[in-house]
Design a protein around this ligand. Structure first.
Ligand code: SF4
Length: 345
């Protein structure tokens, strides 16, 4: 293990702290194989509950994000741009320079206890994955879930991480006193595509195992089918295979979301595309000529196809057949506004 900035008073540490909006920063690396090449910036954050900007079309107002950067390393990740706000690289840096808000549980507990807090819904996993690999080491989510449970505060989680199953007892306890929404993100089931475009994530089938396990414990879980990647995962047979697998896992709902390419993600994705699928570069430039989003006609086509398949495979509407207090996290249309801390996995 290597430590840097051990003295919070050092010039370097003070500069980092100001940049990260933190009281102090400790940077360290671990030698274990699962964290090789990854640098953790441990910070004592000043706040943990963030308000979604008013212009956003998200169906929630408050978010909690204990991490910045994500070792799941999805090439298309919509959150890449947010790393530039920390003066960190949005490509490999986003995958390997992880900011950890080590005091997230205590900050949240304090905020939930404050008189100004009205008990609003809190969404997690809306910027980066709160169950990414780092969570296995830092274990911030148990403290966060315990605080939400103790205050009976409604919340939702969107994740690609199988680690969420570790916290099943806490999720169940929370669901006894408040509304809990859980969604897992699975855009496709093609293993070859997964290995190159989502290299740090659990395999799609393992993520569907999470849906299966939650359903087995009576916890309804929706699937955010995101992203559907044009020309790589959008063939009718691919959509069918994915929806069929989602249905077989017992998902309570499926919500498709077509790839969008905001600045930060766009450059990284396009360089990946040029390396792995060079024949598609021109088609992408045409499809995304108007900006970050694929044309409406394309989005509508995918949505219709997925909804028809969901009906065929009997995936019910959100909330059907679930315990009253446990609902799939409500995914939303992506915001049209320029990046906030909100991206959706
Ligand atoms: S898309 Fe989600 S899981 Fe993938 S790198 Fe981004 S935050 Fe992590």
């Amino acid at each position: 293990m290597r430590w840097e900035n051990l003295t919070p008073d050092s010039e370097h540490s003070r500069a980092d702290a100001a940049l990260f909006g933190a009281e102090a920063v400790i940077t360290r690396t671990f030698d274990m194989p699962e964290f090789r090449g990854i640098t953790f910036h441990e910070i004592r954050a000043r706040s943990i509950v963030n308000r979604v900007p008013g212009a956003s079309r998200m169906p929630f107002e408050w978010t909690v994000n204990p991490y910045r950067g994500c070792t799941h390393a999805c090439v298309y990740c919509f959150a890449r741009k947010t790393h530039s706000y920390l003066d960190l690289d949005t490509g490999l840096g986003f995958d390997s320079q992880i900011v950890v808000k080590t005091n997230a549980p205590e900050l949240l507990r304090r905020r939930l206890s404050s008189r100004s807090w009205q008990g609003e819904h809190i969404a997690m996993g809306t910027n980066v994955d709160c169950y990414q690999r780092a969570e296995g080491r830092y274990r911030l989510m148990p403290g966060i879930l315990a605080a939400l449970r103790d205050h009976a505060n409604p919340f939702s989680i969107l994740t690609k991480g199988t680690l969420i199953l570790r916290d099943l007892p806490l999720l169940r306890q929370a669901a006894e006193v408040t509304d809990v929404g859980i969604s897992v993100s699975v855009g496709f089931t093609d293993e070859t595509l997964w290995r190159t475009v989502e290299p740090g994530t659990p395999a799609p089938e393992r993520r569907l195992d999470v849906v299966r396990a939650l359903a087995g414990h009576g916890i309804g879980c929706g699937v955010l089918m995101a992203p559907v990647i044009p020309f790589l995962s959008d063939r009718p047979d691919q959509l069918r295979a994915t929806v069929r697998a989602i249905a077989a896992a017992g998902a309570t709902s499926v919500t498709p979301l077509v790839l969008h390419l905001r600045p930060g993600a766009r450059e990284w994705f396009m360089s990946w595309l040029a390396r792995h699928h060079p024949h598609l570069v021109d088609r992408y430039q045409r499809l995304y000529a108007e900006g970050a989003y694929a044309p409406k006609w394309y989005q509508r086509r995918i949505t219709r196809q997925v909804h028809e398949l969901a009906q065929e495979y009997g995936i019910g509407p959100a909330g059907a057949g679930m315990p009253r207090r446990i609902r799939p996290a409500a995914p939303a249309e992506p915001p049209t506004a320029e990046p906030t801390q909100l991206t959706l996995l």
